[in-house]
Design a protein around this ligand. Structure first.
Ligand code: CP
Length: 315
């Protein structure tokens, strides 16, 4: 039985899970009875389209009920530090809130982005860890300050479905953006790629190095044209600086992904987790080209999540 799902480290057999999730995709209602009389609570501290809807759909495919709660819109502001005097804006402590939500639900999913106020605090994952400690039920990471494992799991399923050679060249490329975005998606993708047989490259401008705890033995470079040569998959993502925490690089339009750049690859498939700002991150001519498998990626989110929930439901 799966207790919590925070990262790839909670997945004991990455390839086995990929094959199992692809099997579920072919027969989504096979385990419809598994979740009867079980409730999945979805706790959002931040906005979401794909994660919210794909997780609800995944739960429905297993026969579960869902409760969705937007903490910042509908709930009390939560305190996470211990021993403080709560005489400010924080009305309720995570100890009580998580315990109460855990009482109403059999599994909880939590989305809590970084604040960018402090790298140390963000990388401590105080919301995820607080729910793990006090909810008393399994916790699913719906994108935390540092990781987005359900996205990465779906990404690997998508590569497995589309690859034409045993060991494809996969390039994760930084692309421009107008605001500071988390490192969660690139951290997580890098981490999952360590468990997948591929020639994995990361290309980004100088200053945008990720935490080596996640990139490990990926091939790192700063020249996009060179990195794209012979690539089978281009995974596009913006992230803000890890070392100069939250810093962004403005006016880097030369890093935007275009159809011309994709044509310099080995007919690479184009990937992005969405949402994407068109003509900032990826040009229209690339987004709308035959290279894109972005919609498949989003669709696979349902079955990656369904497998994780299934593993939590089976005793
Ligand atoms: N990719 C992804 O997690 O999308 P949402 O932020 O819309 O959930």
């Amino acid at each position: 039985m799966l207790n919590h799902f925070f990262s790839v480290k909670d997945c004991p057999d990455t390839m086995g899970w990929i094959y199992e999730a692809l099997k579920l995709k072919n027969n989504p209602y096979e385990y419809k009875g598994l979740g009867i009389n079980k409730t999945l609570g979805l706790i959002f501290f931040n906005a979401s389209l794909r994660t919210r809807l794909s997780t609800i759909k995944a739960a429905q495919n297993l026969g579960m009920e869902t409760i969705t709660f937007d903490v910042n819109k509908d709930g009390w502001q939560l305190e996470t530090t211990h021993g403080g005097v709560m005489d400010g804006n924080h009305v309720e402590h995570i100890r009580e809130a998580a315990a109460v939500m855990g009482g109403y639900c059999d599994i909880l999913g939590v989305r809590a982005f970084p604040t960018f106020l402090s790298k140390r605090e963000d990388y401590l994952e105080k919301y995820l860890r607080g729910f793990q400690e006090y909810a008393g039920v399994p916790i699913v990471n719906l994108e935390s300050a540092t990781l987005h494992p359900l996205q990465s799991f779906a990404d690997l399923m998508t590569i497995e479905q589309h690859k034409k050679k045993k060991r494809p060249k996969v390039v994760m490329s930084w692309a421009p953006h107008i605001k500071a975005l988390p490192q969660a998606v690139p951290n997580s993708f890098s981490q999952w790629m360590q468990y997948y047989d591929a020639d994995f490259h990361i290309v980004h401008p100088k200053g945008m190095e990720l935490d080596t705890k996640f990139t490990k033995n990926a091939k790192l470079s700063h020249n996009q044209d060179n990195a794209f040569k012979e690539a089978d998959f281009i995974y596009v993502k913006n992230w803000s600086s890890y070392h100069n925490y939250g810093d962004i690089q403005k006016n880097r339009k030369e890093w935007m992904i275009t159809l011309e750049k994709l044509q310099s690859t080995a007919q690479a498939k184009l990937m992005h987790c969405l949402p994407v700002r068109r003509n900032v991150v990826i040009a229209d001519n690339a987004m709308d080209s035959q290279h894109s498998i972005i919609h498949d990626q989003a669709y696979n989110r349902v079955f990656a999540t369904q497998l994780v929930l299934k593993k939590m439901l089976v005793s």
